[in-house]
Design a protein around this ligand. Structure first.
Ligand code: KG4
Ligand code: ZN
Length: 353
């Protein structure tokens, strides 16, 4: 049981496959980002599924060729089985199950967000629990206390839009392309982040919602400001300032909540995962805020955005543990195996430090 493992990712608009050796090193990885959605300004589920179907075989073949690994050498086939677009998920899961059956090896269903937790450790062997994890992607915003792999205490999550979704929607309002995150970050470079004072929703919330997020009010505030400016030359001149001011509001909220969480659990090791963690100003702010005392674990964009390697790495963990939680098939929506609510000061939290 020491052979390499294949990881397959098709939850949204990336078709990716990667091969890892038994130590978790990436031997080969291919990521195909679909651009069939560009003209629609967002992901069209049916087009995503069809494109995955077309790409999956060549993407896997290319990853295996890069790794110099033959299919018969594989120890297992891991696949992101949830959450995501059901048609897209079914392509990856059906492919992985069929491949594993043909090869006589196990298929390993992986939760996509657990995959994101395993992104940074692909590049940094120190990126292991205990840590407070902020997972920020197009569909999720999760704040977790992770005392050890497989134990995920949910501190807070978004009550409406995900952080990445807010970037994507604001990009659309500003006339920027999809995906919005990189476009907003780029536009913001020339902008003054203090030009517009957008709200920081729930930043000072206390009690049971202290670690929850809300981004839809912020998005509405940007929409109203844009409507007030009007289209054309006015917006043209303000775009960079709007992007910078919005980005600043998101960064403020994400860092404030995560740092409050580190104080609540008594651990100043922080892991950032998911596509939004590729954001430059967000990383810079965390680096600065954690200073010399704390530790920040964040991968390069290659392992932060959707990729097959994080799925293979989480799959290795699940396979060794022999526990896939409730994941048995493609599921559009299901919680991470091992996730439980966080109860302040409970010994069940695995409180450390
Ligand atoms: O994790 P991910 O690749 O896919 C999902 O699981 O959703 O995250 C994609 C999200 C998109 O919303 C995209 O706009 C955002 O991550 N994103 C960024 C940046 N790069 C990608 N957001 C802010 N700044 C970036 N540089
Ligand atoms: Zn993702």
């Amino acid at each position: 049981m020491t052979g390499p493992i294949l990881g397959v990712e098709t939850t949204c608009d990336e078709t990716s496959a990667a091969v890892l050796d038994r130590r978790g090193q990436i031997l080969g990885m291919v990521i195909h980002s679909q651009d069939v959605h560009r003209i629609y300004g967002g992901v069209v589920p049916e087009l995503a599924a069809r494109d995955h179907l077309k790409r999956i075989e060549p993407v896997v073949s290319a990853a295996l060729a890069e790794a110099g690994v033959e299919r018969r050498e594989l120890r297992a086939v891991a696949v992101a089985a949830a959450p995501g677009l059901i048609g897209a998920l079914l392509v990856g899961v059906s492919w992985a199950r069929a491949a594993a059956f043909a090869l006589g090896v196990p298929w390993v269903p992986v939760h996509h967000m657990e995959g994101h937790l395993f992104g940074p450790v692909l590049e940094d062997p120190d990126a292991v629990p205990p840590f407070v994890a902020l997972l920020v992607s197009g569909g999720h915003t999760l704040l977790l206390w992770v005392p050890e792999w497989g134990r995920y205490h949910l501190l807070g999550q978004t009550r409406d839009d995900a952080a990445g979704e807010a970037f994507d929607k604001v990009a659309k309002l500003l006339g920027l392309p999809y995906p919005g995150g990189p476009a907003v970050q780029e536009a913001a470079r020339e902008g003054d982040p203090s030009r517009y004072r957008f709200p920081r929703p729930m930043m000072r919330a206390t009690g049971s919602g202290a670690f929850d997020f809300s981004f839809s009010g912020l998005k509405t505030s940007v929409a109203q400001t844009v409507a007030g400016i009007g289209a054309g030359r006015g917006l043209e001149g303000e775009r960079a300032h709007l992007a910078a001011s919005f980005q600043q509001a998101v960064v403020d909220v994400l860092t404030a909540k995560t740092l409050a969480a580190t104080r609540a659990v008594g651990c100043d090791r922080v892991l950032l995962g998911g596509g939004v963690s590729a954001n430059g100003p967000l990383r810079a702010r965390f680096r600065e805020a954690l200073g010399h005392g704390g530790r920040l674990f964040v991968g390069s964009p290659r392992v932060s955005l959707d990729n097959g390697a994080m799925i293979a790495r989480a799959g290795q963990f699940r396979l060794d543990r022999g526990d896939f939680g409730r994941l048995r098939d493609a599921r559009a929506s299901v919680t991470i195996p091992g996730m439980t609510p966080w109860v302040h000061d409970s010994p069940r939290n695995g409180y450390r430090n």
